[in-house]
Write a protein that binds this ligand. Structure first.
Ligand code: ARG
Length: 466
């Protein structure tokens, strides 16, 4: 069989025919993994410096490689780079263009490494940067929530369980509940970053290399915490991608919950908040509509990230050691997860603190739903009635209120005493919304007092973050 022209590709030595055109397109990843070009070039520069120090490259070769790579980076930045699917992926596109430019020295860059350790290193460098961006956005969102919490510290709304009016709470307390979710998300990302920040470079294809490489040198240059300890594991491990996506899925689960609440609150049937016009859209047919689309899209985005998590888990399931080409499929779900999380956080960090809180409507709703029924029961307990009896007494009073269309606080004393003669004039203090909220004055409770001290703690924590 005559040898076909396979001049573009970098691995054709043992082949006797060119790659099938469909296979070339089917296996290529440059159209998406080109996103890693900065990390790929950074890793190659570190590798070239190390090879020169190890005596594998001359100083001139090293300098030619570094200069060539920096020029290529500049060209890619400018959009002037000629990407070729025939060169498969980001790694070979860059290596080939480097060699076209600088000649022989370019062909030596791949000494002592493999695309397997190269790509594993690139993704970790990429995700490390993205985690830092996402973390910064998360912190900006937290600041916004704390500010809103402070502004609405004394705003009372009905707290819900089962989406039924339960007990009055401070709106500031509600915002701090969202803040707490984001604190956990931040911790999860920081934790993921620790395990991610280990350097696979030097593992080569799977077993390491016979060249006298200095992994500590590349590790320091690339700002990893340490080199990996096992080459087989290092080239095949994608735990960091699964972990990041799991953390992202939980984060978006949180934003979907927030989205859901804002959508409910913004409904004219509830009318607790007004979302800024710039974050809403209208209807093409119904002129009266103002739709909370940003919140709905954030809620919907959770679906795709959950899908990406399942995709990555399934991708890794049952994979034998070491590298398998399956792993090329890790990038699109990972990249899309990064983009989605960043966009959702950006949208909410901008929109949520800008919502207009309709204090009177919240207050009126809390007054309508027998939100202080528990307070009345607690009052009876303090007067010596066993809680279970108190529960039944208040239940009867609420039934009366439902029949009469009257809140507990609107009933006169003789009416209330009809349910229990232990009730006295002082009952009205506990039946007010303010009294109910203020009474929950312990760590974690909704009393404005407590919310204020949680705001202080949150501010203190945020001020210490870099
Ligand atoms: N493009 C591949 C990936 O994304 C990296 C190259 C490894 N390919 C190989 N044939 N060993 O995983």
């Amino acid at each position: 069989m005559s040898k076909k022209d396979t001049s573009q590709q970098l691995w054709t030595g043992r082949f006797t025919e060119a790659t099938d055109a469909f296979v070339e397109a089917f296996t290529a990843s440059e159209h998406f993994d080109r996103r890693l070009y900065r990390q790929d070039i950074r890793g190659s520069i570190a590798h070239a410096r190390m090879l020169a120090k190890a005596g594998v490259l001359t100083a001139q070769e090293r300098d030619a490689i570094i200069q060539g790579l920096e020029e290529l980076r500049e060209e890619i930045d400018q959009g002037d780079f000629n990407w070729s699917p025939a060169l498969e992926d980001v790694h070979m596109n860059i290596e080939k263009r480097l060699t076209d430019r600088i000649g022989e020295a370019g062909k030596k860059l791949h000494t002592g490494r493999s695309r397997n350790d190269q790509v594993a290193t690139d993704i970790r460098l990429y995700l490390r940067d993205e985690i830092d961006h996402i973390r910064a956005e998360l912190i900006r969102f937290q600041h916004g929530l704390v500010q809103l919490a402070e502004q609405e510290l004394d705003t009372i709304l009905p707290g819900f369980t089962h989406l039924q009016v339960a007990q009055p709470v401070s709106f500031g307390h509600h915002m701090l509940a969202w803040y707490e979710m984001l604190v956990r998300d931040q911790e999860r990302l920081e934790d993921c970053r620790k395990r991610l920040n280990v350097m696979p470079l030097g593992s080569a294809a799977l077993a390491g290399t016979s060249f006298p490489i200095d992994r500590d040198m590349t590790c320091a240059e690339l700002e990893f915490d340490r080199p990996s300890r096992n080459s087989l594991d290092a080239v095949s491990d994608r735990d960091f991608a699964m972990e990041f996506t799991a953390a992202a899925a939980i984060l978006l689960t949180h934003t979907s919950r927030m989205a859901e609440e804002m959508i409910i609150w913004a409904s004219p049937l509830v009318d607790f908040i007004d979302l800024p016009d710039r974050f809403c859209t209208g209807s093409s047919i119904m002129p009266q509509k103002k739709n909370p689309d940003v919140a709905e899209i954030v809620r919907g985005k959770t679906a795709r990230v959950n899908g990406h998590l399942i995709a990555l888990l399934t991708l890794m399931k049952s994979q034998p050691l070491a590298y398998n080409r399956d792993n090329q499929e890790d990038k699109e779900p990972l990249f899309d997860t990064v983009d989605t999380v960043r966009d959702c956080l950006r949208a909410f960090a901008d929109m949520v603190p800008a919502m207009r809180v309709k204090r009177e409507n919240m207050y009126a709703a809390a007054r309508k739903g027998f939100a202080t029924a528990t307070d009345l029961a607690d009052y009876l307990v303090r007067k010596g009635v066993p809680f279970r009896d108190a529960h039944a007494i208040v239940g009867a009073a609420v039934r009366h209120g439902v029949e009469q269309g009257m809140d507990l606080a609107d009933m006169d004393l003789p009416t209330l005493q009809g349910f229990s003669d232990t009730i006295g004039e002082d009952v009205y203090q506990v039946l007010t919304l303010e009294g109910s909220v203020a009474a929950r004055d312990h760590l974690g409770g909704t009393a404005p007092n407590q919310v204020r001290s949680q705001i202080r703690a949150a501010r203190e924590r945020l001020s210490k973050l870099s």
